[in-house]
Design a protein around this ligand. Structure first.
Ligand code: IPD
Ligand code: CA
Length: 329
């Protein structure tokens, strides 16, 4: 895939994100075309009330896919709402160029007027994310990236915050960690998640990681872009879908960040010598993302090593939840 072709895909995604921005804002503020209850209407996707969908989600996804199908008829398309409307788990994941779209990431935030919510437009080729646009209209933040071409926030290169402002975290205890509780509120998932959060926070004398803080924004895209920006060290979550992070991971990788499979080792019985970091597979619903870490003076590659060391520290403390992967492979 040529750099020019990737750039063209990126520009298409940017234009689409900007095009749906006004509808997103109208929905967020319940005005214009989404000013009445029937136009806004909130639905419940899983029956527990925690995973909602609005008419705005449907409208934006329809708009984006109609445009994309017109421009790239041979491409494939996976969207959160299309998947929810019957094809959930049934879509085939292939090597073909595939647009992976979440029209509103952080729909709960959207419904509650909490500004960490946005549009996510990603493109995968050979199953790897190569183009990503995340637009957070209420915060006025447009994140853009194409593989090998850098990542930008409103045109400024990422990460925004570089040393010497940020020091290299020596251990997990110096990290700000973004996590999400997600919408799966089954007893086993909640107990497991909360146990993982507890171990991350617990003081060292009790075997915990004693992270500096744990933050929950309510959106996978805002979380990953905060890590790309450099204002949080990492993000860990089990259970989100490919559309929640297909776009944002390209942005993070291009911002010098690292992404790994997020399945934890705590209680897994995996022997220590087999505990190796696995690359992220965006269809596998388990993610650990770490921000850019600079090399120490005279030590090329030390930043990458620190990212991996921190990743291992996290995975030792958190436990896996066996979610089935997205799609048919
Ligand atoms: C959700 C949000 C949430 C995360 C879930 C996602 P949605 O996306 O990103 O923070 O915990 O895993 O599904 O459903 O609001 O688009
Ligand atoms: Ca969504």
């Amino acid at each position: 895939m040529s750099a020019e072709q990737l750039k063209e895909y990126l520009n298409t995604a940017i234009a689409l994100a900007k095009e749906v921005g006004p509808a997103f804002k109208d929905g967020f503020w319940r005005r214009g075309q989404f000013s009445t209850d029937s136009e806004f209407a909130v639905g419940d996707k899983t029956g527990n009330g925690a995973d909602c969908v609005t008419e705005v989600d449907r409208f934006i996804e329809r708009t984006i896919f109609t445009r994309l199908r017109g421009i790239y008829p041979a491409h494939r398309f996976v969207g959160e709402e299309t998947a929810a409307e019957g094809a959930d788990g049934d879509y085939r994941v292939t090597d073909d160029p595939t647009w992976v779209v979440d029209p509103v990431d952080g729909t709960n935030n959207f419904v509650h007027h909490f500004p960490y919510t946005g549009v996510s437009i990603g493109l995968t080729i050979n199953r790897e994310p190569v183009v990503g646009v995340v637009y957070l209209p209420i915060l006025d933040e447009l994140y853009t990236a194409a593989r090998g071409q850098g990542a930008f926030l409103n045109g400024q290169p990422l990460p925004l915050i570089r040393p010497p402002v940020l020091t290299t975290p020596g251990s997990l205890a110096e990290c700000s960690v973004l996590c999400e509780h997600g919408s799966d509120r089954s007893e086993s998932a909640m107990r497991s998640r909360l146990a993982s959060f507890t171990r991350l926070l617990l003081d060292k004398s009790h075997g915990g990681g004693c992270i500096q803080n744990l933050r929950v924004t309510g959106g996978a895209c805002p979380d990953i872009t905060l890590v790309a920006k450099g204002v949080a060290e990492m993000y860990w979550e089990l259970g989100p879908h490919a559309w929640d992070f297909a776009a944002a991971v390209t942005i993070l990788i291009e911002a010098g960040g690292a992404v790994f499979d997020g399945a934890g080792w705590w209680g897994s019985g995996v022997p220590e010598e087999e505990r190796t970091l696995k690359p992220l597979n965006i269809w596998n619903r388990k993610i650990l993302a770490i921000r850019f870490i600079p090399d120490l003076p005279g030590r090329p590659g030390s930043g990458r090593e620190t990212q991996k060391r921190l990743a291992r520290e996290v995975l030792e403390l958190v436990e896996d939840i066996p979610y089935p992967p997205d799609g048919v492979h």
